[in-house]
Structure formats: C-alpha cells, structure tokens
Design a protein around this ligand. Sequence first.
Ligand SMILES: [Fe+2]
Length: 319
Amino acid sequence: MIDVNPASALITAVPPHAPASPFDLSRDDSYQRWLSSKLEHYPANAEQLIVEIRDPSALSRAERDAIIERCRKTNMAIYVCAAKYAYDKKRVQALGEQLGLRHMDSNLCADADSISSVRVMPAGQHHEYVPYSNRALNWHTDGYYNPPAQRIRAFILHCASAAAHGGDNALLDPEIVYLLLRNQNADHVRALMQLDAMHIPANVQAGEEVRSACTGPVFAVDDATASLHMRYSARRQYIRWKADAATATAVRFLENLLTGSSRYVFHHRLESGQGVICNNVLHSRTAFVNDPAGHRERLLYRARYYDRIVGTFAKPESA
Ligand SMILES: [Fe+2]
C-alpha cells in the first residue's frame, strides 16, 4: 500500500510501468477509459450516497466497504449514525482513522484536538469568517489557501446538532467538474493546471499576517496516487486569477457551471448524527436560523486531513 503521508507523497517516484493517469492531458486513451467508467451508474441523488452505520468508532466490514465504495465512485459518502452515537468528537476521529485518514490539518480556527467546532460565534471569536456565521457559504474546497505541502485531501463534516431551519449542503465531485471542463475544452483544464493560475493573498488580521499568501493550480495530480486534487473558492475577493485569456475563460466556464443547475450536484441537509466523509469535494451551504430556546443550534465538527480515503486512489494501491 502507498503511504499517503503528505511529505512522502511529494517524493515518491512513479514507477515507469505505472498506468497513465486519467488526468494526464497528453493521454486521451486513458482519459476516455476512465470517463466511461466514471459516468457509468453515477448516482442520481444524495440518497444513493447514504450509508447507515451503527457506531462510527467501530465500523463493521460491510459499513466500511460501503463508505469506500461510494467514495471510490463519487469521492464522498453521507453516513447516518445510530442515534446514541451522534455527538461524540472522538468517534469522528476514530471514523477517519478506519478509513486511512490519520494526518490531520490544524487551521487557525481548529480546537486543540485539530477538529473544528463550526457554529455561530460571537464577535471576536472567528466571527469574521463566514463558516462561523449563519450566512450562506459559497462553493469551495477546504483549505484552498493551504500550500501544496499541506493539501487537504479529505475531510469529515459531522453534524452534532442541526439548525432550526436551513444549513443545507450542496456537494459536487471535483472529478465531475474536471471532466465537464475537459469535455468542453481541454484548454480550460490546461489553464487551471497552471502552477500560477490562482493566487490567494495573505490573511492579515489587525496588521498581523496570520496566513501567508499562496499561489498554485486549481487542478493538480498527486504524484504518489495519481489522484486529482482541486483548490477553489467562489469568493472572488479572496482570489487573484492569473491575468491571461485562457484562465479568464476557464474560470468563467467554471463559475457558470457552479451557478447553474447540474444533475451531478447532490443536495442534503445534515441532521444530528449524520456526516459527510469525502476526498475534499466542492461544497456550499445555505444560510440558516438557529433556535437556542428549542436547542436547535447548528454545530458541526470538521476534521481536515492530508490523506485521501483509503481505496480511492486513481492509481492502484499495489502499484
Ligand atoms: Fe468547507
């Protein structure tokens, strides 16, 4: 099995006999083979992503296989826990570990255990970040501002408590975005794979730089696993796109794709005890309304990982 520790992922050599990556723009044959298998029996709705599990910290073989099978097809699964296991953060971490997710990212807003408690925060405590408000959150992949050595390859979003109204998620597989762009015009993908396609300025709070600027591609292929990685945010004020015509055209196509309706977008409202486990798919959420008196305040536990979910590598893990 290939080690997906981020450091080793960057230095592992691809064996000369390894099959071509379907994301290699110079290899249309491998792309076409991958494309037909990708779209065959692609799920039509979020219900088909759901896996019922008893205890997230002790998956049965069948539960684990069902999650991996969905993630292999769509890069995501929605799990629904038995009610008595709904609220435990340690069980979320244990769930990830059983699926090969071990190297956790700790971001500015994470708790001491590296798992973020995402809820509406009062002024002064992450209040300036949209995820910690009740406002709508536009399309993005997590950690799009991270440097390449700290790519967020997977995350778990576990709902400990749902809002009174709203907070619905939309989810979209980055591989589907890739193929829609490539089928339209391979130059779109070529533009978004440029190493300087997307620049995220530094995060400066009260005159202090709390995160460095970062420049990188939208689409990248991991050396060790040949898997596709996507960085993106629809929040224009946080991104400076490369100033060339190809990038501008590709970004416009991507924006139109995400603002239009697509049969490939899954819609689901996470209820208490449910979660999404995924290879960092594109996601958004609608605004929501809490009801503190009725104990219906949205609280999500979010764990981000440098690993991909085991069994979902584009290149066979035995290669
Ligand atoms: Fe997110």
